[in-house]
Design a protein around this ligand. Structure first.
Ligand SMILES: *Cc1c(COP(=O)(O)O)cnc(C)c1O
Length: 516
């Protein structure tokens, strides 16, 4: 039995499909399955296999209520010609270590790996419309023109401070039986991020700027989700169900488990290791989703010696792993690695669940503490178990720039500010020469051309596209075309609305992005 329940209670048991549709449990907990690791991945079977083959093997173990055909369709659609590298996540040797490049998807960031998959998995949770009882009882056989009832459609609704919005748009654009509406705060995302969103193609997408900050937009989205009258209207009018593409959805988490096995498979192919040898992963971390996927891989039989969590100046996780005390009562820093600027790492809750052997009462009380006081402390035994698996380090803003500079000067390998956090942490640690180390690279350096150019001591123009060119001139590395071409791409979405008008915008979007 492979069912999912909340990290905070065993009460409701859901299938994977139900958990993907629902996203988060009623009590605020995250969905977990006690069968994780019951199926161990055969490492011989993944040697010399393509990304897509390994994805089929790993996801079949994690999502048993999806048929092989369903998974193959989702994987084929998600990891195809939109990727700039046919290996999807190529592994590159850099000095004595390896870098797993997770940024070859349509938006040049690692979130593509999950967000290209999620909409396809979601679409498979929609049942084919069945003829109603009245239709079946009709004895009139001549009625060939019987109208089929409309299929349900899931509309993703999200407020974004920049990156997630674009990756979600790219994932859901023209995906079957889905639609997506993204709100971003006017004037508060970078010019490149704004263009990435407002030029998005697809007949089922809508993008709108709102007059307010990210928190205002986020709260308004939460209000819309909580509005049951609106939900009823949308369903009656167009069979539309609202959902979120949040990073706690198992449909976003599970696709990330795949590339840990892919990295291992590449090392086997290159005869760097033999089956069973241990490796280490270093992961630039924000919401703890990426590194948690590494822990899931480990539970499923991947030989991992250590998972190294790399933070930026917002080092709340690193403090937690060191002291056993999680405390978000601290200053928040806006850094050059914005996707890691997080004070509450939601996915940590799943790691605590598994390492406390499924102690839902403990997790419940820790999360209540976090909510009420912004702080929790875990028992010593749990802390010791965690430190056998996870280690950590963090990186200051100056160290990020030095890391980008040094990695280029010493190895002619260009990294972005998020990857640079991992690079710094890894190089600060003592390496065991017998254990290969893999750094996860989470974004293309050309998503952050100004910081990268500054780190290389280049003279930089004001315009970010000219910055890309300056970095390209200095390094000889070509910017991804989907970023460089944004400068001249036609802008499709120009609406700017008040926060109070967001509900109406969603109603409108649900009709214009209607079923054909
Ligand atoms: C989201 C993101 C991260 C952090 O990943 P988590 O799963 O939230 O820990 C790191 N780097 C980049 C570029 C990202 O977009």
């Amino acid at each position: 039995m492979n069912t999912f329940h909340s990290t905070r209670s065993n009460a409701d048991q859901l299938t994977a499909k139900q958990a993907i549709r629902k996203g988060i449990a009623n009590d605020g907990g995250l969905f977990v399955s006690d069968s994780l690791g019951d199926v161990q991945i055969d490492l011989d079977a993944i040697t010399d296999k393509s990304y897509q083959d390994i994805a089929r093997i790993v996801l079949a173990a994690l999502l048993p209520d999806f048929t092989q055909t369903e998974l193959a369709e989702c994987i084929g659609g998600a990891y195809g010609p939109k990727w700039s590298d046919s290996g999807i996540t190529p592994l590159r040797p850099v000095a004595d270590d390896f870098v797993l490049e997770l940024f070859h998807g349509p938006t040049s960031a690692f979130k593509d790996i999950a967000l290209q998959m999620l909409p396809r998995l979601m679409a498979k949770t929609i049942a084919e419309p069945s003829p109603t009882a009245a239709d079946q009882s009709t004895s009139d056989q001549s009625n060939d023109a019987r109208t089929t009832p409309a299929k349900e459609r899931i509309m993703i609704l999200t407020a974004t401070s920049g990156d997630t919005g674009k990756a979600a748009l790219a994932g859901f654009s023209d995906a079957p039986d889905t639609a997506i509406t993204v709100f971003y705060p006017q004037g508060q995302v970078s010019p490149i991020q704004q263009l990435q969103m407002t030029t998005q193609l697809g007949s089922n997408v809508a993008v709108c700027a709102v007059k307010g900050n990210f928190d205002d937009a986020q709260s308004a989205v939460k209000d819309i989700f909580a509005d049951s009258d609106m939900a009823t209207d949308l369903y009656t009018d167009s069979k539309t169900i609202l959902s979120s593409a949040n990073s706690i959805n198992i449909g976003r988490l599970f696709p990330q488990v795949v590339y840990y096995f892919v990295a291992y498979s590449r090392l086997l192919t290159d005869q760097v290791i033999n089956v069973g040898d241990e490796v280490e992963f270093c992961v630039p971390t924000g919401n703890f989703g990426d590194v948690l996927a590494g822990y899931y891989a480990m539970r499923m039989g991947l030989p991992v010696a250590k998972l190294i969590v790399a933070s930026d100046t917002n080092n709340v996780l690193c403090d937690f792993l060191t002291t056993g005390i999680y405390d978000r009562n601290r200053p928040f820093f806006t850094t050059n690695s914005p996707s890691m600027d997080i004070l509450i790492s939601s996915n940590l809750e799943r790691m605590l669940y598994y390492l406390s052997d499924g102690d839902t009462e403990l997790i419940s009380s820790l999360m209540t503490d976090l909510k009420e006081t912004g702080r929790f402390e875990i028992p010593e035994t749990l802390k010791n178990k965690i430190s056998q698996i996870f280690s950590c380090g963090w990186t200051s803003e100056d160290q990020v720039k030095s890391a980008i500079h040094d990695c280029w000067e010493q190895h002619h390998y260009l990294i972005d500010p998020h990857t640079a956090c991992g690079y710094h942490v890894l190089n600060d640690m003592e390496a065991d020469p017998l254990t290969p180390r893999i750094l996860l690279s989470t974004a293309s350096p050309y998503k952050f051309p100004r910081v990268v150019g500054e780190s290389l001591n280049l003279k930089l123009p004001d315009n970010d596209f000219q910055c890309m060119d300056a970095v390209a001139d200095a390094t000889g590395i070509t910017p991804p075309s989907q970023l460089r071409f944004l400068e001249t791409a036609p802008v499709r979405f120009k609406d700017v609305i008040a926060i109070a008008d967001m509900k109406n915008y969603v109603r409108k979007a649900s009709t214009w992005a209607n079923h054909e």
